[in-house]
Design a protein around this ligand. Structure first.
Ligand code: AMP
Length: 191
């Protein structure tokens, strides 16, 4: 099963991706986690990515596309994977479509986590207290929303056109959303 999770920051897609991947025994690919690890290790890539991440802007497509290409080729992705936080731009989406086609793989569904900016901001500010992420502060959160609206939201239409879009009400509790995801993926697996 191959899924992508789309949605604004704070929509809970990371939490759900981790939980679903564990249950379905498939890989969870979080571009944000991969990038934060590179920053922590102080690699060249991490150094390049850090200033964009701290500002709430997107890391250049060339970097994220290459990271994803390498990651989905890893052995643990053979049984399937969930990509959370990628693609986030039209260019990334097209590159991802080509990557899958090149490996004879089929996307099962693009799950769109729908939530209002106010609800998501409240969650992110709560997370700021718990996890201490550098980009979970009010100014950066606002930029991340603007970036999402401008660059990522148009992808909803891209996947709708492909007949792969599934919308989920992400304002509910973690357990409610997970229950719906299980239903959706049971359907996606037989599409
Ligand atoms: P996330 O953990 O998904 O909220 O991502 C944290 C930050 O990592 C984002 O604000 C971006 O700076 C960067 N990032 C994550 N995924 C991508 C992507 N697909 N394209 C560009 N930048 C990304």
């Amino acid at each position: 099963m191959i899924l992508i999770f789309l949605g604004p920051p704070g929509s809970g897609k990371g939490t759900q991706a981790q939980r679903l991947a564990e249950m379905a025994r498939i890989a969870h690919i979080s571009l944000g986690d991969i990038l934060r690890e590179q920053v922590r290790l102080g690699t060249d890539l991490g150094k390049q990515a850090k200033e964009f991440m701290d500002a709430g802007r997107l890391v250049p497509d060339v970097l994220t596309i290459e990271l994803t290409r390498q990651r989905i080729a890893a052995p643990d992705c053979r049984a399937g994977f969930i990509v959370d936080g990628f693609p986030r731009t039209g260019e990334q989406a097209e590159a991802f479509d080509r990557m899958l086609a090149g490996q004879n793989l089929q996307l099962d569904a693009a799950v769109y986590f729908k939530i209002t900016e106010d609800q998501a901001t409240e969650r992110l500010l709560k997370r700021a207290g718990l996890e201490g992420r550098a980009d979970d502060n009010e100014a950066t959160i606002r930029t991340r929303f603007e970036v999402y609206e401008k660059q990522t939201r148009p992808l909803i239409a891209h996947y709708a056109k492909m007949g792969k879009l599934v919308e989920i009400d992400a304002s509910r509790t973690i357990d409610e959303i997970f229950a719906e995801l299980k239903k959706i993926t049971a359907i996606a697996a037989v599409l």
